[in-house]
Ligand binder design. Structure first.
Ligand code: ADP
Length: 259
């Protein structure tokens, strides 16, 4: 049986990084980063290439082990350096509550669209086939691809594959969705259809952390913008103030370079 979803509580911290650091060998990629994401917020992470955006997201997704500090979800530590058994167990409990969409869609090529979506709910949550399929069809309707349910990924455009990847992540009924440059690998005309699906998800109240180069999305859909540079969060503000009056030289330079 699927666990009942925990009702959203707007204004309450859902997931947070506390003094988070991550080094790869001698390279300090995240330097003492602290940020909290409330339920229902859409936080867009922007900044120059190599500033640590993906690494921050991967720490939230429990795909990287912090070298310092912690990731906290609903008040419980779910990742920390030298994680204890208690932390590892907490991580195990929330893993399927954190959905992730990657730049490269990573669909299973030998599975149809429907099989791609039902695989994790069936295997991880033990949901019966009929229920998982009914759920998958609803999710495919949401992303506008119900008619593609029996296709294989190779027969779909990049934009369609990414929409399937979003549906696949949603099938686990996550409380938060993490997007890592979800449109960067797509041709300009295909980005739009994926951004629309993400916008709809935001409008439904999904908590989202979105690493993106799409400044239009950050400005129009984001409830907050985080600007990272050299492993630090340099600005954390509303889209309006970030785009119209960035406070730091570094953010001003970054925005000028985009023009
Ligand atoms: P961004 O998403 O802002 O482009 P990343 O988080 O991808 O930044 O990378 C930040 C820095 O960390 C880069 O210098 C990158 O080369 C380095 N880095 C990321 N992952 C690894 C890894 N697995 N091993 C070594 N260095 C890494």
């Amino acid at each position: 049986m699927a666990e009942p979803a925990i009702p959203a509580q707007p204004g309450k911290s859902l997931i947070a990084a506390k003094n988070l650091s991550k080094s790869f060998g001698a390279i300090d990629v995240l330097k003492n980063v602290s940020v909290s994401i409330d339920e229902g917020e859409v936080v867009c992470v922007v900044g120059p290439s190599g500033s640590g955006k993906t690494t921050l997201l991967r720490c939230f997704a429990l795909l990287e082990q912090p070298t310092g500090g912690a990731v906290i979800m609903r008040g419980k530590t779910i990742a920390a350096s030298g994680a204890s058994t208690e932390v590892r167990q907490a991580a195990k409990r929330v893993r399927s509550d954190i959905g992730m969409v990657f730049q490269h869609f990573n669909l299973w090529p030998h599975f149809t669209v429907l099989q791609n979506i039902i695989e994790a709910p069936r295997r991880v949550k033990g949901i019966g086939r009929a229920e998982a399929e009914a759920d998958a069809v609803k999710l495919l309707e949401k992303v506008g691809l119900a008619d593609k349910r029996n296709e294989y990924p190779s027969r779909l455009s990049g934009g369609q594959q990414q929409r399937v990847a979003i549906a696949r992540a949603l099938a686990m009924r996550p409380s938060v969705m993490l997007f890592d440059e979800a449109t960067s690998a797509l041709d300009p005309e295909l980005k739009h259809e994926v951004l629309l699906v993400m916008r709809d998800l935001a409008a439904e109240g999904m908590t989202m952390l979105v690493v993106t180069h799409e400044m239009g999305f950050a400005r129009n859909v984001g409830s907050r913008v985080i600007f990272m540079d050299q492993g630090d969060i340099v600005e954390d503000s509303s889209p309006t103030s970030f785009f119209s009056a960035p406070k730091t030289d570094r953010a001003q330079r970054f925005l000028r370079q985009l023009q």
